[in-house]
Write a protein that binds this ligand. Sequence first.
Ligand code: URP
Ligand code: ZN
Ligand code: ZN
Length: 479
Amino acid sequence: MSVLIKGGTVVNADQSVRADVLCDGGLITAVGTDLEAPGNATVVDAGGQYVMPGGIDPHTHMQLPFMGTVASEDFESGTKAGLAGGTTMIIDFVIPAPQQNILEAYHQWREWAEKAASDYTFHVAITWWDDSVHDDMGTLVKEYGVNSFKHFMAYKGAIMADDEILVNSFARSLELGAIPTVHAENGELVFRLQKELFEKGITGPEGHPLSRPPECEGEAANRAIRIAEVLKVPLYIVHNSCRQSLEAITRARNEGQRVFGEVLAGHLLIDDSVYRDKDFEKSAAHVMSPPFRDKSHQEALWQGLQSGNLQTTATDHCCFCADQKAAGKDDFRLIPNGTGGVENRMEVLWHHGVGTGRLTMNEFVKVTSTNAAQIFNIYPRKGSVSVGADADIVVWDPEATKTISTKTDHQNVDYNIFEGMQIKGSPSHTISQGNVVYANGELNVERGAGRYVNRPPFAPYYDALRKQAHLAEPVAVRR
Ligand code: URP
Ligand code: ZN
Ligand code: ZN
């Protein structure tokens, strides 16, 4: 089936141009003026609207088994919610339990994701280490299209990666042409602070941010950066929430190191006052890690996006309903960590980014789509409205207004962290694989329509890095 998007302004990362867009066979087949619709084409009137690459959310956790429960949003409901918000692809995470065979975990997640409605791919977490993990990382890169590995520097006693794991896995990533990524929080410090707070009688959600101060994040970000520097491997740091980690990234980038930073829509817009709400349900609904910070960090994060030191925006969509959060009613350490947002990321960033003049439209496209596609090596198949790219497109109505509410959203969670936020600018149509899957408030997409996207390893850039790493080997000193 063909789709002709007519009369809009195509906004890519590099330029904006008045043009029609023709999609056929799942691909973009023409971008130009006055395109003719083939007889059977669906015509989308994009007059007065922007035609942009569909969003890529590089950080989601659909149906994640975590902290004794399973995230309420599954791959079908979560990708449908994403499509309703203009996000046409997610990068989710395979998270093997410690000692679990990582290929087995990978196949388990692939099976769960078969019901996804939009395209998807996976980072794979390295939660333990032995020779089998070393070898299986190779299989994942060479045979299964994985080019990024995730390391949780927090969650001690569960999935935390210590320095030994980081060093082994970062070095292996360089060999394979893959990029390591980290959740940067010092898990030892968090564990100690949690214990101290709890013993002092702080048992409610207000203990959550107190146990995870920005310094813990800054330390871990800097440690991961320095490990990557020594090993000469690029690094991607997920969900930067504070000035301290941004400063570590900025310093490294100024020194020429290839370090990338992600920021969540939530961290840009929500502050830590949410944890002081007396209503347990509300404050627990905001428990996620790293926590929301005091307002001063938000401005720094926006500046990070504006300066290009942070390149991607995500949601860390990981939903738990009130009955699940209640597991931590008497002990904040047991509240399942995670919040949603996959449906709202694009519109809140448009409203608070483009609408306030912090971001240009082209920068908006970069931070919601193109940069993620480039960093994770799927550009220009994704992240671009151009001939030959996948026809994953969002038609954006800059005049549309709405109030975000869990009553009207498609997310399978009983709380929306952006509840009540009034925004201007949202998708009128979402096109996925060349099909109109969302139009004027109605979703029309099949369970299982999404495809797994292979991501090739990085070359030849990594060949050069590997040579440098070799040069850095110790030389014998004559005395
Ligand atoms: O609180 C969060 N972020 N939950 C999901 C797991 C993670 O740390 O990304
Ligand atoms: Zn995390
Ligand atoms: Zn996460």
